[in-house]
Design a protein around this ligand. Structure first.
Ligand SMILES: C[S@@+](CC[C@H](N)C(=O)[O-])C[C@H]1O[C@@H](n2cnc3c(N)ncnc32)[C@H](O)[C@@H]1O
Length: 263
């Protein structure tokens, strides 16, 4: 059901997505051309991808508690959990390039998983504070292990359900400039987190939602986020949606491919 839904959503996306010549915003144009579509490779990429390979091959059985929209509380090999949850190298590397370029002081990741994408964020800008939230203790332990191995002192992993941890994290860190929401993919949770984040955004914030076409619920949430009065510009990249609050710009919604095929 979900697969069929996503296949249909992708076909719609593919025919609606536009080329760069249709982008009239100088900010989006530059970001798209210089960062999203650039083929630049950084030294950290090869090492972090070796870590991905190790995580995918790890056969340790992980006992999960079962939270979020997708996970069922069945014990699974770590490699299988990594395969199901990890963002692709393509997207982790785009996040890296955005963070390396915009240099946000505080980065917030809602949904750590096994922590590989967190490492990309932390290595892109080592003097930034990276706060990452994870509710499953066994998965958080795996992520913590990766952070310790790579000696990342700029990552703070906050363990607990997002509904409990997010308000407190936002009180202590009122203006994260780079935010990735990647967990609990339901309409209600996505809208709740969006509303909680809104008082903490500024013109410089980049707010990213993963899996915006994952289900009808997520598509509904994305549609409402785009229509929100505070939101100025959005980019639908199919796999992720980016939200901007730059007031000097015309309110506009773009549908763009992050690579030739688009995902
Ligand atoms: C898709 S994974 C994150 C992947 C990670 N961002 C990456 O790219 O590797 C989502 C994570 O969010 C966690 N999660 C889902 N719902 C949650 C909730 N309500 N509270 C806390 N954690 C939750 C899950 O345990 C899972 O590890």
């Amino acid at each position: 059901m979900n697969f069929l839904f996503r296949a249909q959503a992708f076909i719609r996306f593919f025919f609606k997505s536009k080329g760069l010549h249709r982008v009239h915003s100088p900010f989006v144009f530059r970001m798209y051309e210089d960062l999203i579509r650039s083929n630049d490779r950084f030294y950290a990429f090869a090492e972090l991808e070796k870590l991905r390979t190790r995580l995918l091959a790890d056969q340790r059985i992980i006992e999960r508690i079962g939270i979020g929209a997708q996970l069922k509380p069945k014990p699974l090999p770590l490699g299988e959990i990594a395969r199901r949850t990890l963002a692709t190298d393509h997207w982790c590397q785009i996040y890296f390039k955005l963070v390396a370029h915009f240099k946000p002081e505080t980065i917030l990741e809602i949904g750590t998983g096994v922590g590989l994408c967190t490492l990309y964020l932390a290595e892109a800008h080592p003097s930034a504070r990276v706060i990452t939230l994870e509710g499953d203790p066994a998965i958080a332990a795996v992520a913590r292990e990766q952070f310790e191995k790579r000696k990342h002192l700029n990552i703070e992993l906050v363990e607990g359900l997002f509904d409990v941890t997010l308000p407190d994290v936002l009180k202590k860190n009122p203006s994260p400039q780079f935010i990735v929401v990647d967990g609990n993919h339901t309409y209600a949770a996505t809208m709740r987190y969006f509303e909680w984040l809104l008082p903490h955004v500024s013109e410089d914030t980049i707010l990213i939602f993963d899996d915006i076409h994952w289900s009808a619920e997520m598509e509904r949430a994305w549609k409402e986020i785009k229509q929100h009065a505070e939101v100025q510009q959005t980019i639908d990249f199919f796999r992720v949606g980016m939200v901007f609050f730059r007031k000097g710009q015309v309110k506009q919604h773009f549908i763009l491919r992050s690579s030739f095929i688009g995902i």
